[in-house]
Design a binder for this molecule. Structure first.
Ligand SMILES: [Zn+2]
Length: 407
């Protein structure tokens, strides 16, 4: 007695031994029928759930043993959720009524059952949302990777932002002993073999008749700056020296207190450095000692100091025009200086090969050190001391270098 005789797509469920329920997924029609014992053994038996609908058993097959009626394929959790309006109970009640009234195939329509809430729709929506979220995340993650890289680049670039330690004359991180550590370009400050300044021992010089220096200086408009380490005058115009038939242009003039140069272990009160450069880059620095006393080196009796009580006019112009603000170039109007006023009348000198006395300590510098000082007043020395003092590099080893002296 097969109740299914149309092309409906059915789902069959065992209601009781020998009785089955079919549900068409297309037309929504429930069908109830019987099938053979061998067919029942092949049917997948749904997991029976505890049911309280055993009151329908006698009405279906009186001879069958008591078997709990199966519930629908809906999960038990759904049945529990609809316990207030149990569809199984509703279907069982309708089937019992149909069986009692009819014989043969029993057709049960969905319209025979009371309307049920469509709970499954509520379950699908969250699944879709979850899938969408799962698809979006991997798409967003690659886009966020460049942002992470940018952050890393900023972190890598951070060390370059670390402020550079300025070199100084005072001991400390920027002091003379650490100049070579401040920049790669400063390696000669520690490794050089021809560094300056040095101690000139007058008994150990090579005395000879060397060609004199020709100073081709002329007056020029003053331009100067307090650069934080000394007062520096920028040379202008055509100011050159001629040494061994090679011409060097005056670049600048600056001052040290006390002198960087040492004679037989003694320093002058101050010194002026006149820096010259050839177009090939080679440098000649003329060093002039500045003293307020002609007796400074008198004990050595090695030299004759040119004594005067008059203040040096050029040095006074420089002191008078030192800017009030550091690292700001100043060009006072109509102020002219003549660099010849920084030279002693007697221009005999010592000479040796050395280096810059500040970073990067470049070597190959020809030093011309005037044997006779420029006399200035004690007040001028004192005034400069109010701006800078102890702005000198410590002595360097002479090594195997020779020092020549013009007689
Ligand atoms: Zn200098």
């Amino acid at each position: 007695m097969n109740m299914i005789s149309n092309p409906c797509l059915t789902i069959q469920t065992l209601v009781q031994r020998g009785v089955r329920i079919s549900l068409c997924l297309l037309c929504g029609i429930f069908s109830l029928g019987a099938f053979a014992a061998d067919e029942k053994s092949k049917e997948p038996t749904p997991t029976p759930a505890p049911s309280t609908t055993q009151s329908a058993k006698p009405a279906i097959v009186p001879a069958a043993p008591a078997v709990p009626l199966p519930v629908s394929k809906a999960p038990a959790s759904q049945a529990v959720a609809k316990s207030s309006n149990n569809p199984d109970q509703d279907m069982t009640d309708v089937l019992v009524k149909k069986i009692n009234k009819s014989s043969g195939d029993i057709v049960l329509r969905s319209s025979d059952l009371p309307p049920q809430p469509l709970a499954p729709k509520a379950e699908v929506k969250p699944e879709v949302k979850i899938e969408k979220k799962a698809e979006v995340k991997p798409k967003e993650s690659p886009k966020s990777e460049p942002i992470v890289i940018v952050v890393k680049e900023e972190l890598i670039a951070a060390p370059t932002i670390v402020p550079e330690i300025p070199w100084t004359y005072a001991d400390g991180p920027g002091g003379p002993n650490n100049w070579a550590n401040l920049k790669k370009e400063n390696q000669l400050c520690a490794m050089g073999k021809m560094q300056s300044p040095i101690n000139i021992i007058t008994d150990n010089t090579v005395k000879g008749n060397l060609s004199p220096i020709v100073f081709e200086y002329q007056p020029f408009l003053l331009s100067l700056m307090d650069n934080g380490r000394t007062v520096e005058v920028s040379a202008r115009g055509s100011n050159n020296i001629l040494l061994n038939e090679k011409r060097y242009r005056l670049v600048g003039i600056h001052f040290h207190k006390p002198s960087e140069e040492v004679f037989n272990g003694e320093r002058a009160e101050m010194s002026a450095h006149l820096v010259h450069e050839h177009y090939d880059g080679s440098k000649v620095i003329v060093a002039v000692m500045m003293s307020s006393s002609s007796q400074l080196f008198a004990a050595s009796e090695k030299r004759r100091w040119w004594a005067t009580s008059e203040e040096n006019p050029l040095f006074q112009i420089i002191l008078s025009n030192v800017p009030l603000v550091k690292n700001l170039s100043s060009s006072p109007r109509n102020v002219v200086i003549n660099p010849l006023q920084l030279l002693p009348e007697d221009r005999t000198y010592f000479t040796y090969m050395g280096s810059l006395t500040e970073p990067p300590c470049t070597e190959g510098v020809t030093w011309i050190i005037m044997k006779n000082p420029l006399i200035v007043t004690a007040q001028q020395i004192h005034s400069f001391g109010q701006i800078y003092t102890n702005n000198f590099r410590p002595l360097q080893l002479q090594g195997d270098r020779i020092i020549k002296e013009i007689r």
